[in-house]
Design a protein around this ligand. Structure first.
Ligand code: SF4
Length: 977
């Protein structure tokens, strides 16, 4: 790491430290960065004079740039024009007869993604999967989707995927492998160990059982670096048996999240987000209390969020239990007055409240949450329990495998779609133990760290190329169906196991036999809908809770001065499996806005105490393990908690993911996977520049967010509207009224900041990635960004998310300055960009107050490699260097609707056009439609007293408007709680 010279950052931090000394000093009401809160003059000057978009074209690392382009895009020599699937695929719902060949087709399927299982609809063009949407009929997605779901289509076309079986690095065949495995039968599988991730496929679980029956000497291990082990252990502690809680946020009026990121990382998160957001519509709003050591999407939506150290979360739960009369209030959590106010609020909503703990908390905290729910009468109302859908062992299973390998008891190790050589805890030297196994076989999408240590590496078929079944978090069985023949010589896990079992490898037939034997009609319906109807697990009345666990401390007591190190799955890369996905690497992480790498997140107080600025490199040491990491100052972080995200620092991810960030697994232990005490942290004097977007597209000190409280709204619903007229007079001629006038409304009250909209837009509109160097210059190409604003103190701020697409201004400032008429309005109010007219002056971008135009400074889009041609949406142009581009409100979808309406001689119906961002949004925060129709959903949204236009004072008359953000704080806590 080299030291970058950033004098401005030094000065800003000095100013901030001066303000932080008082800790109560405040800058502007809404702020995005600590420098802004500090109102540092030097930083302001820097921002003005060095706006990233205006920075000179500086020399760049050509090798890195070429590498990135090649990595995301190159698929030279491979069969991009694969044949259509050979098997019969049944389109979702009704397929119109006589559909033209270039018409997109949608197929229902399901994907396991980032610890969750979601139903999806996959869009294909002439047999090529190009886009993924949530399946509205599936309970886990309800039509919404998450960034990793959207990005699965890029993974399918990733040229770095393994393409052929390799034996000791030399191309081999599957038959050669099976010939070698035949010797297993004679030995009844003695010495055979299989390692997989959590099994959420009923058919895979059955194959596992059959394998263990056929090979009685074999053992099967499961390991997930970011699994649900503590959640299940928590229910086992409370009820005596592991159960999976199912939360009903639609019925919960008061919610307490104990380090529980149910909007960001919990299984069922998309459904939870929808139900939660629907209870945030004034005049009825739920109330969310959150305590957490590191900021999460859930804490960011809370009406009250208190940063507490990891062990203090358990203490707070005990405090609540004491106040609710189900335990003794031992240990300090939060201020007694605050805890009592929360307890009273819960008691006033018995049967309508919900307490939940996050996976990273230890089992006793989970058990306490269940006990609190029992005491509040919530069980059976706001929370149910079902048999667990996944059969994951804990890290203990990995530890026993390590022990067996070290003892020479393992003759054959078969690793199925897992990467323990990378993601095993540091105190389980898995890679070292593997070398003692004579025969090592790896099946996976990539030749990753584990594959490099194996004799055999087998390419795995992608989920979009395979048959399977998966159970969603509520038990619903979803059918995974292939959208395309395997691009390479890949086979699925099912096929490999079937071959080992001597069974037919027709997995489709296996699935039909399992779910709809001899019933083609039901089977075809399940394929169309993507799930087995009524297959959700029926909740059972759980046993009474044994409160004996209360006698044990939640964690060994920690000294208040002790630093703790927290591990979290990365918000976009999860446990590292998506590290080679350029879309996810470049997606700014929710809250930190970091791209292309990770950092040690520290509190503003700790930064002030240690005199650290963003990018300063520290050494983190736990016991005898240490690593170096740049720091990032996170408002809302608990004072002495340091958070690192897993999933970075890959050594064999592929061209995109190799060497990005640092590998936090190097500090993790299997006994304490989420929290280590006794952290030592020392500054090294080095600094690196992180690729963060939080300073980009700043609004020159204007206030883009409007926010208030439910109480203020109930007093005067228009309390956030300015007194001056909403539409000042203008010299521009009025736009002629037409049949259609497209507009968008974005509800900040519903937006949880997940950034599903950003990735959906990227996938739909062929938006390229640009790499870390270009992001540092402010040249990221996303057409819809999600700005994050803070309000209040740096210690515990309120957070506001604001998605910003093009405003499609009726009086567009960009249009009047274009010398060649490349940006123009159409008759329906769209502000359009004519790419082949654009000569790249960038005047339009300079004149756009919303900073939503994106310029191709370099040839970001690879127009040569076949894989990208196959992945791209054929309805959207690919832009070249020197061209400005921007959000079009998905004009290709508008035109498709026009064609359909013209064909049927009718008007476009309300809701018929759904933009990509709108479709992806799990909380339905985005509404799009015809504002010329007073009865349209978007007109109703814009009629809300909370609706406002961004920078309305500029009289640009944007077609995109926002619903102001309301909170529902507890009046008993006052404004400062
Ligand atoms: S608007 Fe975008 S960031 Fe906000 S909730 Fe919807 S998808 Fe997520």
């Amino acid at each position: 790491m080299s030291r970058a010279t950033t004098p401005a950052a030094d000065v800003a931090m000095q100013a901030l430290r001066q303000r932080m000394d008082g800790m109560d000093a405040r800058g502007p009401r809404f702020w995005r960065a600590l420098e802004e809160l500090a109102d540092d003059a030097h930083w302001r000057d820097t921002l003005h004079t060095a706006l990233p978009q205006l920075a000179a074209l500086a020399p760049m690392d050509r090798r890195r740039f070429i590498k990135l382009l090649g990595a995301s895009l190159a698929l030279a020599g491979l069969a991009a024009c694969s044949s259509p699937p050979q098997e019969q695929l049944v389109p979702w719902l009704r397929q119109p007869e006589g559909m033209a060949a270039d018409t997109a087709r949608f197929y229902a399927s399901a994907l396991a993604c980032a610890g969750d299982v979601c139903g999806v609809l996959v869009e294909t063009h002439m047999g090529r999967p190009t886009k993924i949407e949530g399946n509205p009929a599936h309970p886990a997605s309800l039509g919404g989707s998450a960034p990793a779901l959207q990005a699965a289509v890029l993974e399918l076309w990733d040229p770095d995927r393994s393409q052929t079986p390799l034996h000791r690095g030399v191309a081999a065949t599957w038959d050669e492998l099976f010939g070698e495995l035949a010797t297993l039968s004679t030995a009844e599988g003695r010495g055979l160990r299989v390692l997989s991730g959590a099994i959420v496929s009923p058919t895979l679980a059955a194959q596992r059982d059959a394998l263990l029956q056929k090979f009685p000497g074999a053992r099967w291990h499961q390991y997930e670096a970011a699994g649900q082990g503590q959640t299940l252990a928590g229910t086992a502690l409370a009820f005596g048996t592991p159960l999976q809680p199912i939360h009903h946020f639609d019925k919960a009026r008061r919610i307490v999240a104990l380090d529980a990121n149910f909007l960001g990382s919990m299984p069922g998160r998309l459904a939870y987000a929808r139900a939660f957001a629907q209870q945030r519509k004034p005049p009825q709003m739920n109330r969310l209390y959150a305590v957490e050591p590191t900021p999460s999407l859930t804490g960011a939506m809370a009406d009250h969020c208190w940063p507490l150290a990891h062990h203090e979360v358990g203490a707070f739960a005990r405090q609540l239990a004491g106040l609710l009369g189900v335990g003794s209030a031992a240990g300090a959590g939060v201020d007694e007055k605050l805890a009592r106010a929360v307890a009273d609020d819960l008691l006033a909503h018995k049967g309508q409240s919900l307490v939940l703990a996050g996976e990273t908390q230890p089992p006793p905290v989970h058990a306490l949450a269940h006990l609190l729910n029992q005491a509040l009468g919530n069980i059976g109302h706001t929370v149910d329990y079902i048999a667990p859908t996944e059969t994951a062992d804990s890290a203990d299973s990995l530890a026993s495998l390590c022990t067996a390998m070290n003892a020479g008891e393992v003759g054959t190790l078969l690793v199925l779609d897992a990467n323990p050589a990378y993601d095993a805890p540091a105190d389980l030297p898995f890679a070292q133990a593997m070398t003692k196994v004579p025969r090592r076989i790896h099946l996976g999408l990539y030749r990753d760290e584990t594959a490099h240590l194996c004799d055999w590496h087998l390419p795995m078929a992608h989920a979009l190329e395979s048959w399977s079944d998966l159970r969603a978090w509520d038990g619903t069985v979803s059918i995974v169906q292939p959208l395309i023949e395997p691009l390479y010589a890949g086979r699925s896990m099912h096929q490999l196991l079937a071959a080992m079992l001597g069974q037919p490898t027709d997995i489709r037939a296996l699935l039909q036999t399992r779910w709809h034997p001899d019933d083609d009609e039901s089977w075809n319906r399940s394929l169309r809908e993507g799930l087995i109807a009524d297959s959700a697990t029926t909740p059972a009345k759980p046993p009474a809770i044994d409160a004996g666990f209360l006698a044990a401390p939640t964690l060994p007591p920690a000294s208040p001065a002790e630093f703790e190190l927290l591990f979290r799955p990365d918000p976009t890369l999860w446990d590292g499996r998506y590290a080679n996905n350029g879309w996810l690497q470049e997606l700014p992480k929710p809250l930190s806005q970091l791209t292309w790498g990770n950092a040690a997140l520290i509190s503003p107080a700790l930064a002030a105490e240690r005199k650290l600025a963003n990018g300063d490199v520290v050494e983190l040491r736990v016991g005898d393990r240490q690593l170096r990491a740049p720091v990032w100052i996170m408002p809302g972080q608990a004072a002495r908690s340091v958070t690192v995200h897993l999933g970075h620092g890959r050594r064999h991810a592929g061209h995109v993911g190799d060497g990005v960030g640092f590998d936090a697994y190097g500090l993790r232990s299997h006994a304490a996977p989420w929290r280590e005490g006794g952290l030592q942290m020392h500054a090294t004097g080095e600094r690196i520049e992180l690729a963060a977007t939080q300073h980009h597209h700043a609004m020159e000190g204007r206030a883009p967010v409007r926010a208030g409280t439910l109480a203020e709204y109930l007093q005067n619903a228009k309390f956030l509207q300015p007194e001056e007229p909403a539409t000042p007079p203008s010299l521009y001629p009025p736009k002629p009224p037409g049949e259609y006038a497209w507009g968008m409304a974005i509800d900040l009250n519903a937006c949880i900041g997940c950034k599903g909209c950003t990735i959906a837009c990227q996938a739909e509109n062929n938006i390229p990635i640009v790499g870390a160097d270009q992001v540092k210059r402010g040249r990221e190409m996303h057409w819809i960004r999600v700005d994050r604003y803070y309000e209040g103190s740096a210690h515990a701020p309120y957070t506001h998310h604001q998605p910003v697409p093009c405003m499609h201004c009726e009086h567009a400032p960009c249009e009047v300055v274009c010398p060649v008429g490349a940006t123009v309005h159409d008759a329906e109010g769209l502000n359009l960009q004519v790419y082949n007219r654009c000569v790249g002056t960038r005047f339009c971008s300079n004149n756009c107050p919303y900073k939503v135009r994106r310029f191709n400074f370099l040839q970001y889009a690879d127009v040569k490699t076949e894989s990208l041609k196959a992945q791209r949406n054929p309805d959207v142009s690919v832009r070249n260097r020197g061209v400005m581009e921007k959000c079009t409100y998905c004009i290709q979808r508008i035109e498709t609707a026009h064609i359909a309406a013209d064909r049927d001689d009718r008007k476009i119906a309300d809701g018929e056009i759904v933009t990509a961002c709108q479709a992806a949004c799990p909380t339905q925060a985005i509404t799009f439609g015809n504002i010329a129709d007073p009865d349209s959903a978007v007109s109703h949204a814009k009629a809300s007293p909370l609706d406002y236009s961004l920078l309305a004072e500029l009289n640009t008359r944007p077609r995109t408007s926002y619903g102001a953000h309301l909170r529902n704080p507890n009046p008993a806590l006052g404004d400062d709680a």
